[in-house]
Design a protein around this ligand. Structure first.
Ligand SMILES: [Zn+2]
Ligand SMILES: [Zn+2]
Length: 350
């Protein structure tokens, strides 16, 4: 099968930014409890860039990235009873979890110390085929096309979890810092779930700010610009520290900042020196990170999306152009919504 593989984390000395290579590799075979999935679409996530650049380290290289995978079940390993060949399924970031630890037994497998990730610990969906544990696959509702469903599996699901972690209520003012694949889905989710809440978007790129206003944000400004009112909750989806410090100053007393990033950039870490207790944390302002997503998050979002008309904006690229998609994330070149690697481009059945 064809796969875009990361031989080793890309380093500046490697020259041009082409971390992934197109390889022909043997098709994977499903093990006990696993399904083989023929991939039709795989959305690109910032975490894929973190893996490509080595901020998130894979246990083995080469590795095939990609953890927002849509495809059809093409084979069953032993002991699989709840999936059939031909089922249209999704595969998300959690490839497996231990099932018995403190967190797994509470349905918080996102915090399991033994969890393995798709597209990092296990091969992911930047390939024609991938294997996954059947109990970590999701049936995709008919109303969602492959390319619409793919970004829901991480960008959307982590947005769902982030919104829950804000503990905001309808009418509370919400801020979003960064407006990429996840931000544009959180905006739509928040509009549906909290119709009386004003949503304010902070983004560096003018095109992202314009996109936010198109989608119904009440206001959009640069990351340091003061919003029209103090915010009860903010969700940060940027890779940087500056927006974290800036946005804490915009929180109202008792407000919560939810940071949605698997890693933060080291390059602007000195921004944290600006953190002033009285301005940024006093009055019970708090910061909480959001880690991974549970199966319950993914299922809830996949049920919510078609019923509520949640529609990701996507740009599609063929598999072999995955490096272009990663490069666009890296240079923050105003992508509208999510990028999805699309297979079988000639077979346009969507
Ligand atoms: Zn992701
Ligand atoms: Zn566990």
């Amino acid at each position: 099968m064809r796969a875009m593989r990361l031989r080793h984390p890309w380093a500046a000395a490697d020259g041009a930014f082409t971390p992934l290579e197109l390889d022909d590799v043997p098709d994977p075979a499903p093990a006990e409890g696993e399904v083989l999935v023929r991939v039709s679409a795989c959305a690109v996530c910032r975490t894929d860039l973190d893996i490509a650049e080595g901020r998130v380290v894979a246990p083995r290289y080469p590795v095939i990235p990609g953890h927002q995978v849509i495809g059809r079940v093409a084979g069953l390993g032993p002991s699989v009873s709840d999936r059939r060949e031909g089922d249209r399924v999704g595969i998300a970031w959690i490839h497996s979890a231990c099932g018995v630890c403190r967190w797994c037994t509470r349905g918080e497998e996102n915090l399991c110390p033994y969890f393995e990730s798709t597209g990092c610990d296990a091969h992911g969906g930047y390939a024609e085929y991938v294997t996954a544990r059947a109990d970590f696959t999701y049936l995709i509702p008919d109303l969602l096309s492959d390319t619409e469903a793919a970004p829901l599996l991480c960008a959307g699901a982590i947005g769902w979890r982030s919104l829950a972690l804000t503990q905001m209520q309808d009418g509370d003012a919400l801020g979003l810092t960064g407006f990429g694949a996840s931000g544009h889905l959180v905006l739509q989710l928040a509009q549906k779930r909290f119709p009386h809440s004003a949503i304010y978007v902070f983004a560096r790129s003018p095109s992202e700010r314009a996109f936010a206003l198109e989608l119904g944000a009440r206001w959009a400004g640069d990351t340091a610009a003061p919003p029209p009112e103090p915010l009860a909750a903010i969700i940060d989806t940027t890779p940087a520290w500056k927006p974290v410090v800036d946005s804490l100053a915009h929180l109202m007393p008792g407000g919560r900042l939810v940071v949605n990033a698997i890693r933060k950039s080291r390059s602007d870490q000195p921004e944290l020196q600006r953190l002033d207790y009285a301005t940024h944390l006093w009055m019970e302002r708090e910061i909480k990170s959001v880690a991974n997503v549970t199966r319950a998050d993914v299922r809830a979002l996949l049920a919510f999306a078609p019923e509520n008309g949640l529609r990701p904006t996507v740009e599609t690229l063929p598999l072999e152009r995955a490096n272009v998609a990663l490069a666009a994330l890296r240079t923050a070149r105003g992508i509208r919504g999510a990028t999805v690697l699309r297979f079988d481009l000639n077979n346009d059945t969507l």
